[in-house]
Design a protein around this ligand. Structure first.
Ligand SMILES: Nc1ncnc2c1ncn2[C@@H]1O[C@H](COP(=O)(O)OP(=O)(O)OP(=O)(O)O)[C@@H](O)[C@H]1O
Length: 201
């Protein structure tokens, strides 16, 4: 997979958030995007996910040299960020089961295995409403890390994670970024440690 941002600018109302940004992202590489609050990191991820169009320039998605139509890009993307909302009435297991019914999980990954890898088996029946923010973040990361999608987009992945959970994320990223194109947006050095290159906005 290749995602090429060509001279991309994004404007909300009168405010230009991103100006003439160009970069090519490829499979099997982890890229970092860094920048002050409001510099456009999440906006860039939204454009990489295909959910937001640039105001100028273009984002080109290609698989084996063949362009992917914009209305199909969502099938190739697994994405999470701390602002992602969850259905709080669902239990941890119900949320994972529901999610991976809509978005296929990586080969061999069942909800039970995912719970185990995430360290959340003892909390399988706990409603998300009663989960701590760190537990919720682990669940959100699990939905992205363990999806069978070749593009992995992570916004501030270790926010709210304690040291042990951050180490879990680091190890899982090493394994589940293989064969995928990964982009991490963050200012936290913990998040950017595994990145082959980091671009400042
Ligand atoms: N849908 C929108 N409508 C209007 N303005 C928006 C919209 N989305 C983002 N913005 C504005 O664009 C700017 C960049 O926002 P963005 O969330 O991309 O920044 P960020 O670098 O991710 O910030 P942070 O580090 O605080 O998460 C901000 O000024 C924000 O208010």
């Amino acid at each position: 997979m290749t995602v090429r941002m060509e001279d991309v600018s994004k404007r909300f109302g009168r405010q230009w958030v991103i100006k003439q940004f160009s970069e090519a992202f490829h499979t099997d590489t982890i890229y970092g995007i860094r920048g002050r609050n409001g510099s456009g990191k999440s906006t860039l991820l939204r454009m990489l996910s295909g959910q937001l169009s640039p105001s100028r320039g273009r984002v080109v998605f290609q698989k084996a040299g063949v362009a992917i139509p914009p209305d199909r890009i969502y099938r190739y993307v697994s994405w999470t960020g701390p602002y992602f909302e969850v259905v709080e009435e669902l239990t941890v297991l119900e949320m994972l089961t529901f999610h991976f019914r809509l978005k296929p999980a990586a080969e061999g990954m069942t909800p039970a295995i995912i719970l185990d890898r995430t360290g959340l088996t003892p909390f399988a029946d706990r409603p998300l409403l009663d989960c701590s923010s760190g537990m919720r973040q682990r669940i959100l990361l699990a939905t992205a890390l363990y999806a069978a999608a070749p593009i992995l987009l992570l916004d501030e992945p270790t926010v709210t994670l304690d040291r042990e959970a951050a180490e879990w994320f680091e190890a899982e990223l090493q394994r589940f970024a293989v064969g995928r194109l990964t982009v991490i947006a963050s200012n936290d050095p913990r998040d950017l440690k595994a990145c082959a290159s980091v671009t400042d906005l």
